[in-house]
Design a protein around this ligand. Sequence first.
Ligand code: SAM
Length: 268
Amino acid sequence: MKAHKKIDFAELSVVWEFYEKNGLNASVANFIVNIIRSKVLVVGSGQGVFCSELIKAGFEVTGLEREQEMAVAALERRGMESVVIDFFDFLSPIRYETIVLSTGLIDDLTALDDQYLDSLLVHCKRLLASDGKLVIAFFNHTPWIDYAESLGLYDKPSRNQLLWDYRDDLSLGIKSLKKSSSSALKMEYYEGVLREHAKMIVNIGHMYNEKTGRNPRSFIGKYTGFYPYDLQDRSKSNLRCRIRANGFCLEKDLLFNAGDTGVFVCGC
Ligand SMILES: C[S@@+](CC[C@H](N)C(=O)[O-])C[C@H]1O[C@@H](n2cnc3c(N)ncnc32)[C@H](O)[C@@H]1O
């Protein structure tokens, strides 16, 4: 059973660009533009990668972001203004044609929490036009995550420190990681992904050091594990069930980014 820890987006904000290729990226936006209408509310707009794709495509977009650090970075990096607020506190006289719940709003635990899901979905209904669309994004459980978990990289981010310690010889670092992981699955297929992950951890360390002047080791140990957010099948089923129970119909059930990002498109 993996330990579950909420992601600290404010802390991760400094190195967020390394995480942006997953989740709601340009490829998801390219698909979504064909099925949505303005006005669009993006909840959990982060540093604006998804919102800015929609804006480029001509949509009228409001990005909501709870963490000040993420919103400041969205402005600095992409010139994108966000409304800094928790979604549950956001009220508006406007009814949106589209609401997008970003990866980060629903995780494997909250997807099993009917009370949380119901309050989230009821709040979306309140803010949506009567024929609006609700787009729900989430991280999806993949075989790569199983592999990463078996190496301890997922639920014990401190294992990533070992990759930083071996930054001058990553092959040796990976070897040592595998040696000290008793239950590592044999998944040759993911060797390349593991190498990319190791390089990413090292790059994160360098960027953190450049931006803060601090030694990145403890930051890596605390924050750079995999997303503890991926939805397992049973949590996805529960989410589908609550979507229907709250009067939405699930129109599309999609996967992006090699299966790592799930998207449910719901009508009212
Ligand atoms: C994975 S990030 C999304 C990144 C985004 N796709 C982008 O374009 O950069 C999820 C974001 O949702 C925000 N968030 C989580 N819960 C929220 C809430 N209740 N209200 C507003 N923002 C929230 C987090 O602070 C985080 O920045």
